[in-house]
Write a protein that binds this ligand. Structure first.
Ligand code: ASP
Length: 319
């Protein structure tokens, strides 16, 4: 089957817009690092990543340092400190990281640790496992020098108490805008790729819920031969379609980064129906420095650092 026909077959009944933009033509100049991150908080994260990359640091160090900025930002209510809690008032965090050698580490349902991304990196580097969760992840973090702290800020507590007045503790992850994971993908001066993804997950989720963000291949995936991809939005939809892995595999088959992201969101629309109000967004970074992005609903943004400029862009959504 020809590639173009394959795209059509994959999204029967749904128009398949192929988005072109000034960024899509970007190819990598040698020694020219690139960082792409989700949402407007990606701007500050990119700034921290750039410092690492411009000093010949690795893509892995860059993405970790970048998303740590978002994790530490108490005003940001969707990642790390100050994240919106679950339905019972607990801030529970998910994160994963992946390097250019295919190594990966992740933590799920981690509480009281401000920098889950760095715990995920320790899991990658110090254990033979990929993922630690819950109390075990917390124990591992403490044993590795991380300190426990209360992550529920007054602002997030207030929002939760308001939410509780009108909601009971049932499955609450309906369409809401209260979640904006940071996923960051970077290419260093050597051309190597890495990715990081960290979140407090869906606001007021059921206690114990783990989203896509710590799942390698769902929330984020890196293949240093092909490219990297990452997700934000309703994690259940991303998990059910192995979203980030799908984007990278489509790129392996010859899709551009942009076409791959578009196909991955269309896959979700096909599953959920044309009228879905749920949001998922993808970003991708090809080995050749090309970038891709797509989202189901309006409002998704990505921050891109390339050729010395760090800029925020709106994504034209499918709906
Ligand atoms: N993907 C995250 C989750 O489902 C939330 C988000 O990105 O907005 O936990």
């Amino acid at each position: 089957m020809k590639r173009r026909n394959f795209i059509k077959a994959g999204v029967a009944g749904i128009a398949t817009p192929i988005f072109l933009s000034e960024n899509n033509n970007m190819k990598r100049n040698k020694n020219n690092p690139i960082v792409i991150s989700t949402w407007n908080h990606g701007m500050a994260a990119n700034e921290a990543s750039i410092k690492v990359l411009e000093q010949n640091g690795s893509a892995l160090d860059a993405v970790e340092q970048g998303v740590r900025v978002t994790e530490a930002d108490a005003e940001n209510q969707s990642v790390g400190l100050g994240g919106r809690p679950d339905s019972e008032g607990n801030v529970t965090l998910d994160a994963c990281i992946m390097d250019s050698n295919g190594n990966a580490g992740s933590v799920g349902f981690l509480q009281n640790i401000k920098h889950p991304i760095s715990v995920a990196r320790k899991v990658m580097e110090k254990t033979n496992h990929v993922m630690l969760a819950g109390k075990g992840a917390l124990k591992f973090a403490i044993e590795n020098g991380f300190s426990e702290e209360d992550l529920l800020t007054e602002k997030s507590k207030k929002g939760w108490l308001e939410w509780k007045k009108d909601n009971n503790i049932k499955d609450t992850w309906g369409p809401n805008d209260d979640h904006d994971t940071i996923t960051s993908l970077a290419q260093d001066k050597d051309g190597n790729l890495a990715g990081a993804c960290t979140t407090s997950g869906l606001a007021y989720k059921l206690h114990g819920r783990v989203g896509d963000s710590p799942i390698i291949g769902a929330g984020m995936y890196v293949d240093n031969e092909i490219g990297a991809a990452g997700a934000t939005g309703v994690g259940e939809l991303v998990m059910k379609t192995c979203g980030s892995f799908l984007v990278v595999e489509l790129m392996r088959q010859g899709f551009s980064a942009m076409e791959a992201c578009t196909e991955a969101v269309n896959r979700i629309i096909k599953q959920e129906g044309n009228k879905t109000k749920l949001q998922v967004g993808y970003i991708a970074l090809g080995k050749d420095g090309s970038i891709g992005y797509a989202s189901i609903q309006k409002g998704f943004q990505y921050a891109l650092y390339k050729n010395g400029n760090n800029k925020l862009f709106d994504v034209k959504s499918i709906f």
